[in-house]
Write a new protein. Structure first.
Length: 261
């Protein structure tokens, strides 16, 4: 089972698709399922109150933002609770514009690891090439250093613009800017099917699995409720986008003391 969620509402069983029908739908862009597991009428009732919930949260946010502002003013360290609760995001917002400005300025040097070949430092071109091959230097000069800085910039922009799971537009714009596929776009490559079951054990209400026949394998534990369609390519998000961001953060740490000009 891929994951499970406890819910109060178990919902009503839906018609189960046959293996042949599942096969046909593999290449069809189906409508995305509602994430909620409860009864459809209950879900509709929740949507009617969305505007009131939004207004309530706006007032709560305004109160907390004022509270954090006063903490920054009157505390001796000028640090608010929210800055520590999400310190990675807080620091990224401070660092990102400075990295961006550092890249844009007219810089005059680069770390010695990126040294270009010159006759005064190296006995021969062969010695220089051997040093790169053996990992003693990286070479490439200013262009190579700029590439590293771009990856550092990518990492901090990812933290600010992409890692905020609540804002689909910003994540989409980030992917477009950096030439990446959006793992949340509605396309066959991102299509994912999960199956919702009622858990017949006393401590759970509903659970989700990528197995379509969990109730057939263990009928005393599970009862099929519905099939859930989502569009999310977690493998690409973690192994491509996330891995690139992590590499950028590691480069920031590695070359932290070279961020001067």
């Amino acid at each position: 089972m891929s994951s499970s969620f406890c819910q109060n509402e178990k919902g009503k069983p839906a018609k189960r698709l046959s293996p042949a029908e599942e096969k046909i739908l593999e290449n069809v862009l189906e409508e995305e399922s509602n994430f909620l597991f409860g009864d459809e009428n209950e879900i509709k009732k929740l949507h009617r109150f969305n505007i009131f919930r939004m207004l309530r949260f706006r007032f709560i946010d305004a109160y907390h933002n004022t509270h954090y502002m006063l903490q920054r003013i009157f505390r001796s360290n000028h640090v608010a609770d929210i800055d520590l609760w999400s310190m990675d995001f807080c620091m990224a917002k401070w660092i990102y514009p400075r990295i961006k400005a550092f890249i844009k300025q007219d810089r005059h040097g680069y770390p010695s690891q990126f040294s270009e070949y010159n006759e005064h430092e190296w006995k021969s071109r062969e010695e220089y090439d051997n040093a790169i091959r053996d990992g003693k230097i990286l070479g490439g000069g200013m262009d190579a250093w700029n590439n590293v800085l771009q990856e550092i910039l990518f990492a901090f922009e990812w933290k600010i613009e992409y890692d905020d799971y609540r804002d689909e537009k910003r994540r989409g714009a980030f992917c477009k800017k950096w030439g990446l596929k959006n793992p949340h776009t509605k396309c066959l490559e991102n299509k994912s099917i999960d199956y919702i079951y009622e858990c017949l054990e006393p401590d759970l209400a509903t659970c989700m699995s990528d197995e379509p026949d969990l109730d057939t394998k263990e009928p005393l534990k599970y009862r099929f409720l519905r099939r859930r369609v989502t569009y999310y390519n977690g493998k690409y998000e973690h192994e491509v986008i996330g891995a690139r961001a992590q590499a950028g953060f590691e480069a920031f740490g590695k070359y932290f003391q070279n961020l001067w000009d």
